[in-house]
Design a protein around this ligand. Structure first.
Ligand SMILES: Nc1ncnc2c1ncn2[C@@H]1O[C@H](COP(=O)(O)OP(=O)(O)OP(=O)(O)O)[C@@H](O)[C@H]1O
Length: 979
């Protein structure tokens, strides 16, 4: 019969077929029957009866294994079946079928095999405690083509779920008929069985149904521990005890038994046909669907399973025909090949557990990564140092801001200017540095021509020797003269009106003009700055400062004339300064170049005069701001220097720089630039009440005060952030368009900002169109960024558009640097673009850029002696991304997940599709109680078997009885799983 050892071709396996000969029963011995079969080798069996020489070969059969009547079931299991159990714990489906005529020993053999198999599985589980196992158990019976759950008390036939819609309807009707019929048949068959037993004296409990016991093993992969393998091995082993294979003609020939025989044959004949076709390798239609048995066993017979068939035969001569039929079936079966594969599926419980483990592992990794990297530590230290320096420089910058604010207040209140110089505690080294710069070109000069450090500004405001000018020394907060711009317009209006009424007379007005010393202007006399007619109005003081005195301003015309003189003088001074900057003449310190202060004895009694003066005030403030701002620029350059060091060794590209620049800096610049204009507008407001709409929130005076509040972090804030946000939301598109326009037209930008900050104004400032004003206002080029920050209203807070841009860039860098998702998630949730977040964003971007540049320049980073590269962590990152995103399905809605996906750099569109798919899978999760119950029952079953409580009916029937009595199993669930 040829080679019968199962061979495999790749994944293909032949069905393993063995033959077992039952020993003679007591009755057979009593009848003096003898065994007609002889096992002449471990895999060859021979029919003993003498036949002509030529036909010997016809009575010799070779299979994988043959077992004579002296072999125990354990020997059969060990030699022929055990491999099936090894397969199932490795994720390969297996089936063990017992085929043979009635009373040939099928149930006897299968009972023993099932017992040994389950014992081995539990032994295996015990020995592999590092793996996780879930056992599912089910049992069913096919009787008269009706499938029933043997573990349920519900007698309702089961449907096979792969039925098509049409088939289901037909089948439903058929089943209803058959159910009723089978009830009657059951009664009749009991009677028939008794009669058969008497007639055949062979098998007292001959089974006429096919019984299938299915054990499904879910297990983690063998190499799971310490690896990142995902998926669960899921495989089933079927123990199939077929009904007797005798022909219908040998069954009873009437009534129920005939029909029963027909059904039995239908399943068995279909099984035979399927086996025969498969054995011949016929490609084409295989009639699996012709019977319930072949439908259920379809995968075992020609698909993804390893199949083991035990053919049992009776030893006596009177059964020889049936025995030969059985051997013929066996010969065909051994030619059939199957295609067994390891089945890996995702099991929710194991998956979740594994993801939790994985997450814990990655978090540990994350915790240990940063501290262990010496280079990063070093960088951290450097960054800390830089941060300290930045803080110190920022503090000094704030001092100047305070100076500027004082200037504004003093000017606005006709008070002398004062400067608050905070002692510089920690960083006197920085404060005492020569913070000098070229006023025009930014280069450094020698001491004599240097712009003086902060302390040097004090002398500008030193007390003049003229006691009449003592008001300049008054350190107290000067009393405000004129309408308070912070008050409501109604009050302002009434006050101005009153003043206008009460002060028809013009008062004396003194104007002090501080001009450069002769040393500053190259030895020339300061008086030479005055034209002939004007000089008489000025008097030179001993300290070489000039005072322009208007003794009696009793007439407006006189006042106007004096002011015109003043105007001309200022123009000449400015011209002189510009000329001296452009020439080789000694440089003039602009910080000392000009100061105009209105006397406190001067009341701004005339709206016309105030308005007139306001033009001068603009000039004055502008010049002061130039000096103040130059100091700020010095600070800025220091800051930039420090920042550049922090960025070292890499250089940010343009985008990096823009994104990494601290926005507070721009905000300060903006204030510096805007304040003169705001002040001017305020003056206009005072003088033109009708043009000003009452709106405290947009009142520029308040705004100005607010700027001071912010600078000094004064807690009281009349000007709420929300207010600005409303403006910002209203005009976001406008802001964006200005940002994107990339315009250098700073006038339009300024006008835009002023318009937006004081949108109730009827007349936007046209002065930003003035090239002179623009030329005198430093930092115009940075206005685009500055205005955004101002617009948002809170220093340090970012506009949504700006924040999102930084976020996107950060995610890009995260991707580039393969930053772990846990870090991303925390960071992403923490940083929302709120006040102060920009510091963290900035730091993150710097670190990432550093990492990126370090990797890209080939610089090695080592951890635990291993070189880290971007590629080395990419694979782990992808796995992490995959697993975490799946895990999130269980806990978060899509909307919640979206922000994580953004942080993790996951494409949202494709993610949504896979999410939907994954969601479907999750919702199809099987009942875990069911699985637990099954495992418990199996354990109890083992106890039953070990206590040798098997009855004559065999293990299968006892088993069924046990589970039926438990009444705790739902067959439908398992059926739906396996079909
Ligand atoms: N190898 C064996 N050793 C001892 N007794 C056996 C052996 N095989 C079968 N028997 C006995 O033979 C009888 C018939 O066996 P069994 O019930 O297993 O046959 P069967 O093929 O399942 O029959 P049916 O198809 O009618 O269910 C039983 O009493 C059983 O104990």
């Amino acid at each position: 019969m040829g080679d019968t050892t199962p061979r495999s071709n790749g994944n293909e396996d032949r069905i393993s077929v063995s033959v077992r000969v039952r020993p003679l029963s007591d009755k057979e011995r009593a009848r003096r029957d003898v065994s007609e079969w002889e096992c002449i080798s471990p895999n060859t069996i021979k029919y003993k009866t003498t036949l002509p020489e030529s036909s010997i070969s016809l009575d010799t059969y070779t299979f994988h294994k043959v077992f004579g009547d002296g072999c125990s079931t354990q020997q059969v299991y060990e030699a022929a079946i055990k491999q099936a159990i090894v397969s199932v714990v490795s994720g390969i489906n297996s089936s063990v079928l017992a085929y043979g005529q009635t009373s040939s020993g099928k149930t006897y053999t299968m009972t023993g095999i099932t017992e040994y198999a389950i014992r081995d599985i539990y032994d295996y589980i015990d020995k592999h405690r590092d793996r996780e196992f879930v056992l599912k158990f089910s049992a069913m019976e096919i009787y008269n083509e009706i499938v029933r759950d043997l573990l349920s008390t519900d007698n309702t036939p089961l449907r096979l779920l792969d039925d098509r819609e049409k088939g289901i309807v037909i089948e439903k009707l058929t089943e209803e008929i058959l159910t009723e019929r089978s009830r009657l048949q059951e009664l009749l068959s009991i009677c028939a069985a008794e009669r058969t037993t008497k007639e055949t004296s062979m098998n007292e409990t001959s089974s006429r149904s096919h019984q299938i016991i299915r054990l499904t093993v879910e297990s983690s992969p063998t190499d799971y521990v310490g690896t990142n393998r995902s998926g669960t091995l899921v495989a089933s082993v079927n123990f199939v005890d077929l009904a007797g294979s005798e022909r219908a003609s040998h069954a009873l020939t009437a009534g129920t038994r005939l029909r029963e025989g027909g059904h039995i044959n239908r399943s068995l004949l279909t099984l035979g046909t399927v086996i025969r076709k498969l054995s011949k390798g016929i490609n084409g239609y295989i009639p699996y669907r012709d019977s319930k048995l072949t439908r259920i066993l379809q995968k075992s017979l020609g698909g993804n399973a390893r199949t083991y068939i035990i053919c049992t035969i009776s030893p006596t001569r009177n059964h020889v025909e049936q025995s030969k039929n059985t051997l013929f079936f066996a010969s065909c079966a051994k030619q059939v090949t199957t295609n067994a594969q390891v089945n890996v599926v995702m099991s929710d419980k194991i998956l979740v557990k594994r993801l939790q483990n994985e997450l814990a592992r990655m978090e540990n990794e994350l915790r240990s990564f940063a501290p262990n990297t010496m280079l990063l530590k070093e960088r951290e230290h450097q960054i800390e140092q830089m941060d300290k320096k930045i803080k110190e420089l920022t503090r000094q910058r704030d001092i100047f801001q305070s100076h500027i604010a004082n200037l504004l207040k003093s000017v606005g209140k006709d008070q002398p200017l004062t400067i608050d110089i905070d002692p510089a505690p920690e960083s006197s080294d920085i404060a005492n540095n020569d913070l000098v710069t070229d006023l025009s070109a930014g280069s450094t000069y020698e001491n004599s021509n240097k712009l003086r450090p902060i302390e040097s500004f004090k002398h500008i405001f030193q007390q003049p020797e003229n006691p009449e000018d003592n008001f300049l020394l008054d350190g107290n907060i000067p009393e405000f003269i004129g309408p308070d711009p912070c008050l409501g317009w109604e009050e302002i209006s009434s006050r101005v009106d009153t003043e206008n009424e009460d002060n028809r007379q013009y008062h004396k007005k003194d104007v002090n003009l501080f001009i450069p010393t002769s040393e500053d202007i190259g030895g020339k006399s300061p008086m030479s700055l005055f034209e002939n007619g004007d000089a008489e109005l000025a008097s030179k003081e001993e300290n070489n400062e000039l005072t322009l005195v208007t003794v009696d301003n009793s007439h407006e015309d006189d006042l106007r004339r004096k002011i015109q003189v003043l105007q001309r003088t200022i123009d000449r001074l400015v011209g002189f300064i510009e000329k001296s900057n452009g020439s080789s003449e000694p440089h003039i310190s602009k910080s000392r170049s000009l100061q105009i202060a209105r006397s406190k004895s001067c009341s701004a009694t005339s709206a016309a005069t105030s308005h007139f003066l306001s033009n001068k005030v603009d000039e004055e403030i502008m010049l002061h701001f130039q000096s103040g701002n130059l100091e700020c620029e010095v600070m800025s350059s220091q800051l930039n220097e420090v920042e550049q060091k922090a960025e070292s060794p890499s250089q940010f590209n343009e985008m990096d720089k823009e994104l990494a620049s601290p926005p507070q800096f721009d905000e300060t610049e903006l204030k510096t630039m805007l304040l003169p204009q705001l002040n001017k507008l305020e003056e206009e407001t005072i003088t033109s009440p009708a043009k000003f709409e009452i709106d405290n929130s947009t009142h520029l005076g308040c705004f100005q005060d607010k700027l001071s509040d912010w600078e000094f972090h004064v807690p009281k804030r009349k000007f709420s952030r929300e207010h600005f946000q409303i403006h910002q939301m209203d005009t976001l598109d406008e802001v964006e368009s200005v940002i994107d326009s990339d315009t250098e037209d700073t006038a339009s930008v300024l006008n835009f900002v002023v318009k937006m900050n004081g949108r109730s104004r009827t007349r936007p400032s046209k002065d930003f169109d003035d090239p002179m004003i623009r030329a005198r206002t430093p930092g115009f080029k940075d206005m685009r960024r500055a205005r955004v920050i101002s617009f948002h209203g809170v220093p340090g807070a970012l506009l949504p558009c700006q924040f999102e841009r930084q976020q996107r860039y950060m995610v890009e860098l995260w991707d580039t640097c393969n930053v772990p998702l846990a870090h991303r998630s925390y960071f992403f949730l923490l940083i929302k673009g709120e006040l102060g977040d920009s510091v963290y964003l900035d730091l993150e971007l710097r670190r990432l850029s550093f990492l990126k540049d370090t990797f890209s320049t080939g610089t090695r980073i080592t951890e635990d002696g291993q070189n880290l590269t971007l590629d080395s962590s990419l694979e782990a990152l992808n796995r992490e991304r995959e697993m975490l995103s799946k895990k999130m399905h269980k806990k978060f809605s899509w909307r919640e997940r979206e922000k994580y996906y953004m942080a993790w750099g996951i494409d949202l569109k494709s993610k949504q599709r896979s999410t939907q798919l994954a969601w479907q899978l999750w919702t199809n999760t099987k009942d875990m109680n069911h699985i637990r119950e099954s495992a418990t029952l199996v354990a109890k079953l083992i106890g039953l078997v070990e206590s040798n409580e098997t009855s004559k009916k065999g293990f299968g029937l006892n088993f069924v009885g046990l589970f039926k009595s438990r009444k705790s199993h739902n067959w439908n669930d398992t059926t739906s799983t396996v079909m």
